[in-house]
Design a protein around this ligand. Structure first.
Ligand SMILES: NC(=O)c1ccc[n+]([C@@H]2O[C@H](COP(=O)([O-])OP(=O)(O)OC[C@H]3O[C@@H](n4cnc5c(N)ncnc54)[C@H](O)[C@@H]3O)[C@@H](O)[C@H]2O)c1
Length: 261
């Protein structure tokens, strides 16, 4: 951005008015908090998700009570490249441009490596690693043409540390960090930043599905001594997608209560 911008002088983060953002799986949990944060700051938010996300997106939009711009739903399983491309095309047709992509959709299928089926391995890699690549691929030509883009990949502390019973998830989340760095290098000259956010354990339905003993262990390994709140991840994403964050690329923003430093 221009060094002489009046927005810098004000010290405030620039509102996202006029920006169009995609948030995959953006109807609940961390994605829901991200959609809300971006919409309240003025962005049009396209939630790209599976059928279960449709109704939740309507509820999210209603909860904003007219205080924000549009939050709308576009159906696509991110593990299906054609579906990603179709969703991106329909968002482009409707809004004319896409400025922000947050790859948030993710699943778990936990089991020790000995017991993990090939299908369980593949399903998590497909959604958590191929999904972000497919979405990036679907928006990339457009962002390069416009010479502007903000891409954030939601990784995990587990991508840094590994975790018992999560070989598929840890591999996907670590792979996402390599994808982030490579894309950052490839797109840096095109006004596009690509960063990762690596949450610790956050109070969402994904974590609620874990055995209580595993949640207690996660908490005990978190110096801040609690689970994180989805809004605490959304704050980090909001910072990275700002136009003024253009000199930050290829990095991983750890938001984990001190669990991994
Ligand atoms: N909750 C945590 O503690 C935690 C920690 C680190 C990282 N993360 C990551 O944050 C992201 C969000 O996690 P969450 O806890 O909010 O999970 P969640 O299960 O509450 O939400 C995931 C969202 O992704 C959508 N989704 C699932 N499969 C999809 C697919 N194939 N295509 C499109 N959308 C799909 C779901 O419908 C849902 O809306 C995930 O990538 C997760 O791995 C979560």
């Amino acid at each position: 951005m221009d060094v002489g911008s009046p927005h810098l002088a004000s010290g405030a983060l620039r509102r996202l008015d006029g920006r169009v953002a995609i948030v995959t799986g953006g109807s609940r949990g961390i994605g829901g908090a991200i959609s809300k944060a971006l919409a309240i700051d003025g962005a049009v938010v396209a939630v790209v998700g599976i059928p279960a996300d449709r109704e939740r997106t309507s509820v999210l939009q209603a909860s904003l009570n007219g205080s924000a711009h549009l939050v709308e739903f576009h159906e696509a399983n991110v593990a299906d490249y054609q579906a990603c491309e179709t969703a991106v095309q329909s968002i482009l047709e409707k809004h004319g441009h896409i400025d922000i992509l947050v790859n948030n959709a993710g699943i778990t299928k936990d089991r020790t490596a000995r017991k993990m089926s090939v299908e369980e391995w593949q399903a998590v890699i497909d959604v958590n690693l191929s999904g972000p690549f497919f979405m990036i691929k679907a928006v990339l030509d457009h962002m390069i043409e416009r010479q502007y883009g903000r891409i954030v990949n939601i990784s995990s502390v587990v991508g840094h540390m590994g975790n018992f019973g999560q070989a598929n998830y840890a591999a996907a989340k670590a792979g996402l960090l390599g994808l982030t760095k490579t894309l950052a290098i490839e797109t840096a000259k095109s006004g596009i930043t690509v960063n990762a956010v690596a949450p610790g354990f956050i109070a969402t339905e994904m974590v609620a599905a874990m055995p209580q003993a595993a949640i207690d262990i996660a908490k005990s390994r978190t110096p801040v001594d609690r689970l994180g709140d989805p809004n605490e991840i959304a704050r980090a994403v909001r910072f990275l997608v700002d136009e003024e964050s253009g000199f930050i690329t290829g990095t991983t923003f750890d938001v984990n209560g001190g669990m991994y430093m």
